[in-house]
Design a protein around this ligand. Structure first.
Ligand code: ADP
Ligand code: ADP
Length: 226
């Protein structure tokens, strides 16, 4: 019963056209599970369903036996376009997400210290007062990841977080992400189109099929950090 269980998940944006067909997955708690597959195979749709961003879907999404959309399951999302609020500073972006997800979690002082901790751990302490649109893509990506960790998620969802980065920046961020993840090992779904990255990071590699009636293939893997 423990971990993330997806049973018979089906999504249609337009009726009669499956965007995602019959996906069933059982994933133990506290792992990184990478998702690869052709464009249009439903990787983002799968994340959106778990994130609770779809108006409807068929099937069951359970975490430790309860709906993932129950209050006690916090979901951290790093969307493809970073999802930062442009009119708020980096620090404010993180604070807003913490307030929304845990309105009465702790004192202001503790919260500010935690924001500083996550900014530092992502190597962007000096960007706290900047606005997102004044940052590079890689810097915005770090902010989005810091924000997702800062809410102390039970489930962490990342949609191609490093795909827009040059190879050197990508490698650095993979390492920083792993260090942070090891300190806070949420159950993680990580979409990537990079097979090497999928194998580097994933305890299981989920291969989405191109035909919607087929089920994903799940490969057990020994990631580098294991
Ligand atoms: P992937 O992330 O693997 O590229 P997506 O989840 O984005 O796949 O898309 C799966 C299918 O759903 C595709 O056929 C895509 O065209 C369709 N789709 C995705 N988003 C929408 C949307 N907002 N409205 C209608 N169809 C969509
Ligand atoms: P609003 O009520 O203002 O529309 P949103 O739900 O859009 O609030 O959230 C505000 C900001 O907090 C957004 O940038 C959003 O991406 C971020 N956020 C909300 N929930 C989470 C979460 N679980 N993980 C990471 N960021 C989140």
């Amino acid at each position: 019963n423990s971990g993330l269980r997806i049973r018979g998940l089906q999504v249609e944006y337009t009726s009669g056209q499956p965007a995602l067909g019959q996906v069933s997955l059982t994933l133990p708690e506290h792992g990184i599970y990478t998702i690869i597959g052709p464009s249009g195979s439903g990787k983002s749709t799968l994340l959106r369903a778990v994130a609770g961003l779809l108006p409807s879907y068929e099937g069951e999404l359970l975490f430790n036996g309860k709906s993932v959309h129950d209050k006690e399951t916090l979901i951290g999302l790093v969307p493809q376009n970073y999802g930062l609020l442009p009119w708020k500073t980096v620090r404010d972006n993180i604070r807003v997400a913490m307030r929304i997800t845990s309105p009465d979690r702790e004192s202001k002082r503790v919260m500010e210290a935690e924001i500083s901790h996550w900014l530092k751990s992502m190597g962007i302490a000096e960007l706290a007062g900047r606005y997102p649109l004044s940052l590079s893509g890689g810097q915005q990506q770090r902010v989005a990841i810091a924000r997702a960790f800062a809410i102390r998620p039970t489930i962490l969802l990342l949609d191609e977080p490093f795909s827009a980065l040059d190879a050197i920046t990508r490698e650095a961020l993979q390492q920083i992400f792993l260090d942070n993840w090891l300190a806070h090992p949420a159950t993680t779904l990580f979409v990537t189109h990079d097979v090497e990255e999928a194998i580097l990071l994933g305890q299981k590699v989920i291969v989405m099929p191109s035909a919607k009636q087929d089920t994903p293939e799940i490969l057990d893997n020994t990631p580098v950090f294991a």
